[in-house]
Design a binder for this molecule. Structure first.
Ligand code: C2E
Ligand code: MG
Ligand code: MG
Ligand code: MG
Length: 287
C-alpha cells in the first residue's frame, strides 16, 4: 500500500510543506512589521512570596495581537523570531517596555524578563541592558533576567562572560524551566545563577506522581543548600501552594496567584494604597 500511494503521498507532503513554508514567510514578515510598529504587547504575571502570599514582582510575557489570528502566544512566534533574525529587536522591545512599565508602579517590585539564547550569546547584551536601565531609570536591583538552560550551550564562554557582566551591573539572573534541560545540574554548577525556577511540569504533578513530588522537594533542598532562592512556576491549586509553603519554597507563580494580564490592570498589586486589602485576601485564600 505504501508503494501504491508513494508518489501521491510525496506530492501531498510536498504541497503541505510548501504551504507551511509560505505561511511561515508571511508570518515572519508580519512579525517584523509588528515589532517595527510596536504592536507587540507585554503582559505581566505576579510572583508571590510563598510564606505570606505577598506579591513581590512580575514576569513580563510577550503576546502578539494579530489582525486575523487573534492573540498569538509566545510559543508560536518566539521560535519564528529566533529563526528569522527578529529576536534581537523583539527582546529589546520587551526589555525596554517592561522596565518602563515597572517604573510606573508605586511599589518598587521586581520585574523579570525572559531572554532568548541568541540574546545571551550576543556580546552587546550587557551594554544594551545597561543602556535601557539608564534610559528608563530602573534600579538594576529590580531587574531579573530569566534564562533557560538551552541558552547557555551555543557558546559556553560567551554566555558565562555575559552572565558575569550582567551580574556586575547589579541585575539578577534566574535559571528558568529548571529540570527540563539537557543537564540542569551541570548548568547550575557552572553558571552563577541567583535564582532557580522549577518548571511547571514538576509542579503540576505535586501529590499526583510520587516522583515529581520527591523531585520538587529535592530541588527545594538543593536551593537551600546552595543558598539560592527557588521559585515554583505553574502553581494552580491550593494543595500545591500548601505543599510548597510546607517545604519552604521561596516564591510561587501561577494561576493560583494570578494570570498574565495587561499592564494597566495591575494596580491592586502595584499601588501602595491597595496593598493591605489585597494581601489580606491572598493570605486568607491561601490558608
Ligand atoms: P516561561 O518563561 O517559563 O513562562 C511561564 C509560562 O507559563 C507562561 O506562558 C505563563 O503564562 C505560563 N503559566 C504561568 N502560570 C501558569 C499556570 O498556573 N498554569 C499554566 N498551565 N501555565 C502557567 P506564556 O506566556 O505562554 O510563555 C511561554 C514561554 O514563552 C515562556 O515560558 C518564555 O520561555 C517564552 N517567552 C514569553 N515571553 C517572552 C519574551 O519576551 N522573550 C523570550 N525570549 N521568551 C518569551
Ligand atoms: Mg520565564
Ligand atoms: Mg519558566
Ligand atoms: Mg516553564
Amino acid at each position: 500500500r505504501a508503494k501504491e500511494g508513494g508518489r501521491g503521498a510525496y506530492c501531498f507532503f510536498k504541497r503541505e510543506m510548501d504551504e507551511t513554508i509560505r505561511q511561515r514567510r508571511t508570518l515572519s514578515r508580519e512579525l517584523r512589521q509588528a515589532i517595527l510598529d510596536e504592536e507587540l504587547v507585554v503582559h505581566y504575571q505576579p510572583l508571590a512570596r510563598a510564606s505570606d502570599g505577598e506579591v513581590c514582582g512580575f514576569e513580563a510575557l510577550c503576546r502578539w495581537p494579530h489582525a486575523t489570528r487573534g492573540m498569538i502566544p509566545p510559543v508560536d512566534f518566539i521560535p519564528l523570531a529566533e529563526d528569522s533574525g527578529l529576536i534581537a529587536p523583539l527582546g529589546e522591545f520587551v526589555l525596554r517596555r517592561a522596565c518602563a512599565d515597572a517604573m510606573t508602579w508605586e511599589k518598587p517590585l521586581r520585574i523579570a524578563v525572559n531572554l532568548s539564547p541568541l540574546q545571551l550569546n550576543n556580546p552587546t547584551l550587557p551594554s544594551l541592558v545597561h543602556e535601557i536601565l539608564i534610559e528608563t531609570g530602573l534600579s538594576p536591583s529590580r531587574l531579573e533576567l530569566e534564562i533557560t538552560e538551552s541558552a547557555l550551550f551555543k557558546d559556553y564562554q560567551r554566555a558565562l562572560d555575559n552572565l558575569r557582566r550582567l551580574k556586575a551591573l547589579g541585575v539578577r539572573v534566574a535559571m528558568d524551566d529548571f529540570g527540563t534541560g539537557f543537564s540542569s545540574l551541570s548548568t547550575l554548577q557552572s553558571f552563577p545563577f541567583d535564582k532557580i525556577k522549577i518548571d511547571k511540569s514538576f509542579v503540576e504533578n505535586i501529590n499526583v506522581h510520587d516522583r515529581a513530588t520527591v523531585i520538587v522537594r529535592a530541588v527545594l533542598g538543593l536551593g537551600r543548600s546552595l543558598n539560592i532562592p527557588v521559585v515554583a512556576e505553574g502553581v494552580e491549586t491550593a494543595e500545591q501552594m500548601d505543599f510548597l509553603r510546607g517545604e519552604a519554597c521561596d516564591e510561587i507563580q501561577g494561576y493560583a496567584i494570578g494570570r498574565p494580564a495587561p499592564a494597566d490592570t495591575l494596580s491592586a498589586w502595584t499601588n501602595r494604597a491597595a496593598v493591605e486589602p489585597v494581601k489580606a485576601k491572598k493570605v486568607r485564600k491561601a490558608a
